[in-house]
Design a protein around this ligand. Structure first.
Ligand code: NAI
Length: 505
């Protein structure tokens, strides 16, 4: 079914943060929009706020005055539900409460047109459950916008068990016509983004709890090596720990306490203490006026720059070798097992084993392990760990070379798969399991993670680029190191690896 035409009047119920944003998006796309809220004056206030925000965009030269005027003219407050009877699409964005939402949809069904599509912006409730008591559950779907709705491109079009394909297609095409990037997903806990993103927070939280590094160092690695906009601690401080912890708990409960989704005691403690992040002045960081800004740890070295002997280094580390050469470091290439010899040290990309374990397994002295970077050509920082018996001179020699190449070196304790590698492997694992379970297509999952939470690369495309053997091997070694099913590789990763196919095929 094609997009609804702009002749279709859209109703938005709930004039809070999300409802107001969605109403603005629909009005800017050319629809007449009726905004209803049970709180008297809330819809009028929301329209006045949209008016003043658009006026600011006009003043900044980002919006034409006639577009501002036309958008505001299309937005009308509506005091009663009965006033919405002629709408072709009703989007609900009220309080996140199953009973209240169900009551609203039952009331709407009694008064709206038979062809009216009913959509919910819920981020955590099941669309199947919301629609279960409707006379015509096939016309109900999720239409999950991200905050702020006028800015964020992603919209998850969520199909419950009864949602008809034509309703899902109409919503998908309408969201596209509104300038959004829609994706299809089945109604499963967390849909795509709130499920696949869990390891982004969970692995950083785990490393912090294990004392692998401090918040500022872990955040800096996710940004400067991983290419993410923010690290987990600054992001959860921004989202609010009450909100982020509640989402994690709800996904954990919904998946019957699968340990992959286990909430963090560290985050619970912040919630218990009322340290909710920026909004309360303290979270993982201190935002109060006199507070000093925490800096990431960085190693320096006065060691001489040794030549780098690269033994059979694969495609992943080739850009790093080119970077060494561009900075005047001698690189000698010879066949081997993917190791870099620098003075007394041996440096390798982590494969998920502890440095101490790998040193013993492979009989290597002075072994140091490098964390993954999104792109070793442009990264400005890299994570490094080493076995306890590694000599200080070997550490200094490696740090000297990496620093000469323009990389800040941030140390982590000897930790399986360090930070970026383990996070990317776990994101890809979750995304692969979602594909396996028919939640969404690989393309839609990657799009959702890039457009919804600004990841620098879709987790499945990233796994393909790393090579599925690398991802499965890393997860397998993590599972062995922790002895936990949390790190079990998804069947889809193993299957595609065995078939010699990529995740996007
Ligand atoms: P909000 O609290 O800012 O606004 C909710 C509005 O709904 C309030 O103005 C309230 O008066 C009104 N309302 C409550 N019950 C009502 C009823 N029975 N009939 C009519 N109006 C009613 O909430 P927010 O943040 O806008 O969230 C709304 C929905 O969007 C929730 O389902 C939430 O899970 C979902 N969502 C929220 C996101 C966020 O970042 N805040 C992101 C994506 C989805």
């Amino acid at each position: 079914m094609s997009a609804l035409t702009t002749q279709t009047t859209v109703a938005v119920i709930g004039a809070g943060a999300m409802g107001a944003g969605i109403a603005q998006v629909a009005a800017q796309a050319g629809h007449g929009v009726l905004l209803h809220d049970s709180r008297s004056g809330a819809a009028e206030q929301a329209i006045a706020n949209i008016d003043s925000q658009l006026a600011k965009r006009v003043a900044a030269g980002k919006l034409a005055p006639h577009q501002h005027a036309a958008c505001i003219a299309r937005l009308q407050p509506c005091a009663s539900l009965e006033g919405l009877a002629d709408c072709g699409l009703i989007i609900e964005a009220i309080v996140e409460n199953l009973a209240v939402k169900r009551e609203l949809f039952a009331a709407l069904e009694a008064l709206c047109r038979p062809d009216c599509i009913l959509a919910s912006n819920t981020s955590s409730l099941s669309i199947t459950t919301l629609a279960a008591e409707l006379q015509r559950p096939e016309r109900m779907a999720g239409l999950h916008f991200f905050n702020p709705a006028p800015v964020m491109a992603l919209v998850e079009v969520v199909s419950g068990l009864a949602t008809s394909a034509s309703v899902a297609a109409a919503l998908y095409n309408t969201a596209k016509a509104w300038g959004k990037k829609p994706v299809h997903t089945r109604s499963t806990p967390g849909f795509i983004v709130n499920r696949v993103a869990r390891p982004f927070y969970a692995e950083s939280l785990r490393l912090l709890q294990e004392g692998a590094a401090d918040c500022a160092s872990l955040d800096a690695l996710m940004r400067d090596a991983g290419g993410f906009r923010m690290g987990a601690f600054e992001l959860t401080d921004l989202i609010g720990h009450d909100v982020n912890y509640a989402v994690t708990c709800s996904v954990f409960d919904a998946y019957y306490h699968d340990m992959r989704f286990q909430p963090s005691l560290l985050q619970k403690e912040l919630v218990d203490a009322g340290r909710l992040g920026r909004k309360s002045g303290q979270g993982f960081y201190d935002y109060r006026e006199a507070a000093a800004k925490t800096q990431p740890a960085r190693l320096t070295s006065t060691s001489a720059i040794e030549p780098v002997v690269a033994e059979g280094v694969g495609a992943l580390l080739k850009p790093l070798l080119q970077r060494f050469e561009a900075r005047g470091i001698t690189v000698i290439q010879r066949p081997g097992a993917g190791l870099l010899r620098i003075g007394d040290a041996t440096l390798a990309l982590s494969d998920g084993r502890l440095a101490a374990q790998r040193a013993r397994d492979e009989g290597l002295d002075n072994l140091l392990l490098l964390d993954l970077a999104l792109d070793y050509t442009s990264a400005t920082r890299v994570g490094l760990s080493w076995a306890a018996d590694c000599s200080q001179s070997a550490i200094d020699q490696v740090v000297a070379v990496l620093s000469q190449a323009g990389l800040h070196v941030t140390p982590l304790s000897d930790t399986p798969a360090l930070l970026v590698l383990r996070t990317v492997a776990m994101l890809a694992n979750e995304a692969a399991d979602a594909v396996l379970q028919g939640v969404a297509s690989p393309a839609d999952i990657d799009l959702a993670m890039c457009a919804g939470v600004n990841y620098p690369r879709g987790p499945l495309a990233w796994a393909d680029a790393l090579g599925l053997a690398t991802v499965v091997h890393t997860l397998h070694n993590l599972q062995a190191a922790y002895g936990e099913a949390r790190y079990r590789p998804s069947l889809l990763l193993r299957r595609r690896l065995a078939e010699g196919r990529s995740l996007h095929e």
